[in-house]
Write a protein that binds this ligand. Structure first.
Ligand code: ADP
Ligand code: MG
Length: 342
């Protein structure tokens, strides 16, 4: 069977089925943002790992090593945040090709440790090797949580409200700007009377290169006991909502005009190749938290006073749909990045 037939998530599902029941540790295994391993009735360890590969996840022509270090840490801490956990420790493993200098790698760790320090998390080990081709970065993050407060992807029920922190689509738009900065984007903008503000462009690029994991928000949501399911938006709203729906055996209805879009994204919209809504739905790498809340908990959630937006409702049935500005319903397909299909 071809990997492209199975897709990334089909393959993970096959790996999960092959490995099921092989662990003696109770808790959450393959399939969530992080594994949750129960240590005692009051303590669980959260563990997650992510691999970043040159020219697949990042391109050294438009990222600097400091930002790369920052982002490598951020994407892992985001998975701990998505479980409602507190990140504590990280391990890194690098495969370094010829041509990369020691200063580059030290800059990587300056960025990595900066992000870790902001979240009181510590680098405690790893591995370093040479690579035949391309830079490989593997990061493992370890966090802690109270078992009863962990928020899995699987707990959403029909009727629950769907929320997202912050704004969506900025990172994908920032990436497009980085990719075409000196070519198409520049030419297109020269033809326009109004040039997109440097500040807006800078903010989108920053969101792509140096995402901020929503650790404090994840903890506040978990401690409040409000949410029934949670995931971080790494693949794009449509894909990540689909993960919640699949694992909760439910569907979803969202409203296009409620999806939070930043002022910066709206400002640069004319210079982009797609509609700004598409960046939010399919772009990914925003590292915001997408979570569901039973309606009886809404008052409690509002009292947390966090920047969150209600975008829809969990439904019965197993399909996702979106209502456009005119109220017309259309099916929402999970179209995000798939390593074997893209
Ligand atoms: P995320 O986007 O939150 O990092 P992924 O989509 O990468 O999550 O992975 C989904 C789930 O599948 C996670 O629980 C992850 O640990 C698990 N997983 C992914 N690849 C593998 C693998 N090769 N072996 C075992 N588990 C895997
Ligand atoms: Mg995740």
């Amino acid at each position: 069977m071809k990997l492209s037939d199975l897709g990334e998530f089909g393959l993970i599902d096959r790996i999960r089925k092959l490995s099921q029941g092989k662990t003696s540790s109770p808790g959450i295994g393959i399939g969530d943002d992080a594994a949750a391993l129960t240590i005692s009735p009051s303590q669980a360890m959260l563990v997650t790992t992510d691999l970043l590969i040159e020219d697949i996840h990042f391109n050294l022509s438009y990222t600097d090593y400091y930002s790369l270090g920052w982002k490598s840490a951020a994407v892992n801490l985001s998975d701990i945040a998505a479980m409602g956990g507190l990140p504590r420790f990280c391990l890194t493993a690098l495969g370094i090709p010829r041509g990369v200098s020691a200063e580059h790698i030290l800059d990587f760790y300056r960025g990595f440790n900066r992000l870790l320090r902001l979240h009181k998390t510590e680098l405690v080990g790893g591995d370093t090797c040479s690579s035949g081709r391309g830079l490989f970065i593997s990061v493992t993050a370890i966090g802690e949580a109270r078992p009863r407060r962990i928020i899995a992807r699987s707990g959403a029920l029909p009727g629950d409200a769907i929320f997202v922190t912050g704004t969506l689509g900025d990172s994908a738009a920032g990436l497009e700007m980085l990719r075409v900065r000196n070519s198409e984007f520049g030419v297109r903008n020269k033809k326009r009377k109004t040039v997109p503000s440097q500040a807006a462009t800078g903010r989108l690029v920053e969101r792509h290169l140096r995402p901020v994991p929503r650790v404090a928000q994840g903890l506040a949501i978990a401690n409040s006991g409000c949410a029934s399911a949670m995931i971080d938006v790494s693949d794009g709203l449509s894909s990540d909502l689909f993960h919640i729906c699949e694992q909760s055996k439910a569907g979803a209805e969202i409203f296009a005009d409620r999806i939070p879009l930043s002022v910066s994204l709206r400002r640069v919209s004319v210079g982009l190749s797609k509609s700004i809504l598409e960046y939010a739905l399919y772009g990914g790498e925003d590292y915001e938290l997408l979570f569901t809340v039973p309606r009886r908990n809404l008052r409690k959630l509002r009292s947390l006073k966090m920047p969150i937006t209600e975008i829809g409702t969990i439904t019965t049935g197993r399909t996702m749909c979106m209502r456009d500005d005119a109220g017309k319903k259309r099916t929402l397909k999970p179209k995000g990045f798939d390593h074997f299909r893209s």
